[in-house]
Design a binder for this molecule. Structure first.
Ligand code: HEC
Length: 433
């Protein structure tokens, strides 16, 4: 073939394309075989079509060895798709050219990082990615708030994402933009940013919660943002904060972590030990969630959301009255003395969540509990799955997807929890052929 006369680098590109094309062709053969297995009733038409396509691809390999133009056409499409998926808007021609060049040069990841330079990645993609985590309804139709802005800023600045639930960190609009100041009692600061259509990539600056709130040592990542408190510390018993953190950041709702084999000694007094007069219900159901959840939620014992004042409150040393709700339901239940927590779910079926056993399994307060959650394998994997879904527009479904999730989870951790890395790897995986 004519490839022999090409320069060394062109040969390298062509042969890497050759490898890709063989894989693609093989995938088509495999898929059509699989379809034949599972959908025997389907006429052989599609199989033929796929095999023809595979044939075309193999033909393409030979064509590509005679000239590089076939590669360019694909790379341009791929560049466009990466950009569309990450920024949500089409690229300008210069950016598209740069990204195409990167892809041809075997640097699709570099192309993805170029796409993430677009401010729409922050103002649109990330805003929509994060907003559902910040309210009970999980709706994307909510204004920018301190939770969303803090995540966006952390991603922009490559703040290690495993500090999400514990760091004393906050992102606000930079001064000089004519914004109302950050307030503990309202969301005006962030709504004004949105109303002014500010470019979040440029406008956000890092500060600390302890600098602009009176939380002091109680600052604990997004858990203690005003938005999270308003959504999950409001009323109730603070268990909602735990449940939604598990749901949004470990991708497990309570039903999935139920384990009735753990010790129930830290279940609070408000949980009946014989609901409807039947203690078996307690033993077979209630225990499943409350044995693990109650001693972890104890970490939030000093927090509440004061509805009248519209703000989070933190009372170090003083357990919030909501921890003693309905204490007469089962007077021998656990009486919360302080904000110490223990993770009973390190053992039993929830050991599968992959806790970091080099860390202590108990502690005091939200920060150390937030670290316990955010250093689990489930946390890293959950962030990766969410990004995959946001970028690929679908969940991971088959073996290849799951292998990709595994490898991205590993590289997320080894890149010091850099979330942009996960966005880039997902976009490349789903850039099409
Ligand atoms: C699937 C997990 C799960 C099971 C099983 C479960 N709970 Fe709960 N429970 C929760 C969660 C989560 C909350 C916090 C709800 C909220 O505030 O949004 C909660 C809250 C409560 C509360 C506080 C109610 C309040 O007003 O905030 C009581 C009391 C309670 N549960 C009792 C029980 C009893 C009794 C059973 C068994 C019949 C039971 N739970 C079974 C997860 C569970």
């Amino acid at each position: 073939m004519a490839g022999q006369t090409q320069s060394r680098s062109k040969n390298a590109a062509a042969y890497s394309f050759l490898g890709d094309a063989i894989i693609i062709a093989a995938q088509f053969f495999r898929k059509s075989a699989a379809r034949l297995q599972f959908q025997r009733h389907e006429p052989g038409l599609r199989k033929t079509a796929d095999n023809q396509l595979a044939g075309v691809l193999l033909l393409g390999i030979c064509l590509s060895l005679t000239g590089i133009s076939a590669v360019n056409a694909g790379a341009r499409e791929q560049a466009k798709r990466i950009h569309d998926r990450l920024a949500g808007v089409p690229p300008g021609s210069t950016v598209l050219n740069d990204m195409e060049t990167a892809i041809i040069g075997n640097d699709a990841l570099g192309a993805a990082f170029t796409a993430m330079d677009n401010s729409a990645f922050y103002s649109v993609t990330l805003k929509n990615f994060v907003t559902p985590w910040t309210n009970e309804d999980q709706t994307v139709f909510a204004p920018l708030n301190d939770y969303t802005a803090t995540v966006i800023g952390m991603v922009r600045d490559d703040v290690p994402f495993n500090t999400l639930l514990s760091a004393d960190i906050l992102y606000i609009g930079s001064s000089g933009l004519g914004l109302p100041g950050y307030s503990m009692t309202n969301n005006n600061h962030y709504e004004a940013m949105e109303q002014q259509g500010l470019d979040l990539q440029a406008a956000l600056v890092a500060t600390t919660q302890s600098a602009v709130t009176d939380l002091g040592g109680g600052a604990s990542g997004i858990l203690t943002t005003r938005a999270a408190a308003a959504a999950f510390f409001i009323a109730g018993t603070n268990r909602a904060m735990f449940r939604f953190t598990m749901l949004n950041h470990l991708c497990n709702d309570m039903e999935q972590v139920k384990d009735i084999t753990r010790t129930p000694d830290r279940i609070r007094q408000d949980v009946s030990r014989s609901p409807g007069g039947d203690s078996r219900i307690f033993m077979n159901n209630c225990i499943g969630c409350h044995t693990g959840m109650d001693p972890l939620t104890q970490a939030f014992a000093y927090y509440d959301f004061d509805e009248a004042a519209g703000r989070i409150v933190y009372t170090p040393g003083q357990v919030q009255p909501k921890y003693f709700n309905n204490s007469e339901t089962f007077p021998y239940g656990y009486i919360t003395p302080d904000d110490s927590w223990i993770n009973y779910w390190r053992e039993g079926s929830n050991a599968l969540l992959g806790w970091d056993t080099t860390r202590p399994e108990s502690g005091s307060g939200a920060q150390s509990m937030g670290e316990e959650l955010a250093n689990s394998d489930a946390f890293a994997r959950c962030q990766v799955k969410k990004v995959f879904r946001a970028v690929c527009f679908r969940d991971a479904v088959d073996g290849a997807d799951r292998t990709q999730i595994d490898s991205m989870t590993a590289s997320f951790r080894s890149s010091n929890y850099r979330l942009k890395q996960v966005f880039a790897e997902s976009a490349v995986y789903c850039m099409g052929n």
